[in-house]
Design a protein around this ligand. Structure first.
Ligand code: NAD
Length: 495
């Protein structure tokens, strides 16, 4: 097997005995159980992490609650939280290569993609560091009935919500950990994070960096283990004041129900089936490349991947042929190999899932222009383009979460906007056109949390990200995220 060169610190981190981080200590599971994690490019076992049980989760939540209620952290000034977050961003920047290598070896994605993910996380940590000192309430004149001569004044405080329970997916593990950590710590909450079963490594390294940055122990806790045990225990723990979940819509609905049982606050970042619309007046070669990037980046394992391509009938054949040609030219390979253009899927289970969807597509009458098969060793899947599909076909309606694109023609803008909105999801959408008027007509009609014009999956820390419809509740990033990590307290003072 080819050996790729990595930092010594990356190899040392992978080879060590992995524990989870509770209250500043590395812990094994109470019952000693572990779960394995693998390198998707080779299928080899990379290591094992503790499989947290209900008991471990309870210890983590109780410590997070104690830290929130009465500790150096609970008394810390906003400026000091800001400085700690900024310091953490500096440490992530210092270790960006190691973090990216860990991500690639654990998730499979290209090293260049991992480096991009780490850079985006640094930017987001710094963006949220700035928010720590800008969380404001308001003061107002009140009209409450009062005895004559008495004066009331009212104001509203924004306070941290308390203990945050965060459960995340495996597709962008480091970004997702930072998406939860940064607003929680900027607002003064404490956090218990459960990374995905498959991808615990960068969350564990982040826990170390959080301590090195100088955050008090107990502020950021990482429990590892399965969704069914550790995740469910965290979601149903009465000591969690807010749940934030990134993952599938099916599990997200269960998390939402658990949250309601405890009346915990909840935000859900769920699945997608995002449309890419190509108008006849678009720069067509840019649009074809953009459509290919929208679905094949990160092996199609992106919540807002452009998995449904709609091209105006007059240019359909040419654009789709170009996308298929790009797909066929993509070189699959280990993410650590600089010549690879697409890495493996996360697991053999995911290869089976994507293969099964491709089979369903065939049975529903789709024609495969390219791809359609898993390729070993490792968990690779060929970039796939399907045509002759109908809007109601399973492969057009359901999230596949792999490098599979369906392409359909359309005749009018109104028709394609109806098609774009016709799934259970509403996370992202892109429209490719040279007409500002067309873009402005389309934007208000598209039912999704993000709309991109002449680009796709373009994110910025200052722009809220989240879903309409089955794609979730609430927003990550931007000023909007502060509301999800704080409560409002109304104060009335009789002078
Ligand atoms: P998943 O829902 O299977 O798992 C996500 C997390 O939930 C994992 O940590 C898992 O261990 C945990 N989990 C599983 N069952 C649980 C249960 N019963 N109780 C509590 N926790 C449980 O999703 P996945 O397969 O890891 O990720 C893929 C999905 O995530 C896709 O649908 C994708 O679109 C979505 N996603 C969304 C966003 C977004 O921002 N909207 C970002 C990334 C991924």
């Amino acid at each position: 097997m080819t050996q790729y060169s990595t930092l010594e610190s990356t190899r040392n981190f992978i080879d060590r005995e992995h524990r989870m981080m509770i209250n500043g200590h590395w812990c094994v599971a109470n019952d000693g159980k572990t779960i394995p994690f693998h390198n998707p490019a080779t299928g080899e076992l990379l290591g094992k992490v503790p499989a947290a049980s209900k008991v471990d989760v309870d210890i983590a939540v109780r410590n997070a609650a104690a830290t929130f209620e009465d500790s150096e952290w609970s008394r810390m000034k906003p400026r000091d939280r800001q400085n700690l977050l900024w310091r953490l961003a500096d440490l992530v920047e210092r270790d960006r290569q190691q973090l990216a290598e860990l991500e690639t070896m654990n998730n499979g994605k290209l090293l260049s993609t991992s480096l991009g993910d780490v850079q985006f996380s640094i930017d987001f940590l710094r963006y949220m560091a700035g928010w720590a000192t800008k969380i404001e309430g308001s003061a107002l004149d009140v009209s409450a009935v009062a005895p004559p001569g008495e004066v009331f004044s009212g104001f509203i405080r924004r306070e941290p919500i308390g203990v945050v329970g965060a459960i995340v997916a495996w597709n962008v593990p480091f970004i997702l950990a930072c998406w939860k950590l940064a607003p929680a710590l900027a607002t003064g909450c404490t956090l218990v994070l459960k990374p995905a079963d498959e991808t615990p490594l960068t969350a564990l390294r982040l826990a170390e960096l959080v301590l090195e940055a100088g955050f008090p122990s107990g502020v950021f806790n990482v429990i590892t283990g399965t969704g069914i045990e550790a995740g469910a225990a965290l979601a149903s723990h009465p000591g969690v004041n807010k749940l934030t979940f990134t993952g599938s819509t099916a599990v997200g609905k269960q998390i939402g129900k658990s949250a309601m049982d405890n009346l915990a606050r909840v935000t859900l970042e769920l699945g997608g089936k995002s449309p890419v619309i190509v108008m006849p007046d678009a720069n067509l070669s840019e649009a074809a490349q953009g459509a290919a990037n929208a679905i094949f980046a990160n092996q199609g394992q992106v919540c807002c991947a452009g998995s449904r391509l709609y091209v105006h009938r007059s240019v359909f054949e040419n654009v789709v042929a170009d996308v298929a040609a790009i797909a066929q030219s993509i070189k699959l390979g280990n993410g650590l190999d600089a010549t690879s253009q697409m890495g493996p899927l996360i697991s053999s289970k995911q290869v089976e899932r994507v293969g099964a969807y491709t089979e369903i597509g065939r049975k529903e009458g789709a024609e495969l222009l390219c791809g359609g098969r898993g390729v070993g060793p490792g968990y690779f899947f060929q970039p796939t383009v399907m045509v002759n599909v109908g809007q109601k076909n399973t492969v057009v309606q359901e999230e596949i979460f792999g490098p599979v694109l369906t392409a359909l023609p359309f005749d009018t803008l109104d028709e394609v906007l109806d098609l774009a909105n016709d799934t259970a999801y509403g996370l992202g959408a892109s429209i490719w056109t040279s007409s500002l008027a067309t873009a402005h007509r389309a934007i208000p009609k598209i039912k999704s949390g993000s709309v991109w014009v002449n680009c796709h999956t373009a994110l910025d820390p200052a722009l809220p990200f989240g879903g309409y419809k089955g794609s979730g509740l609430g927003r990550e990033m931007g000023a909007a995220v502060i509301e999800h990590y704080t409560e409002q307290k109304s104060v009335l003072i009789r002078a």
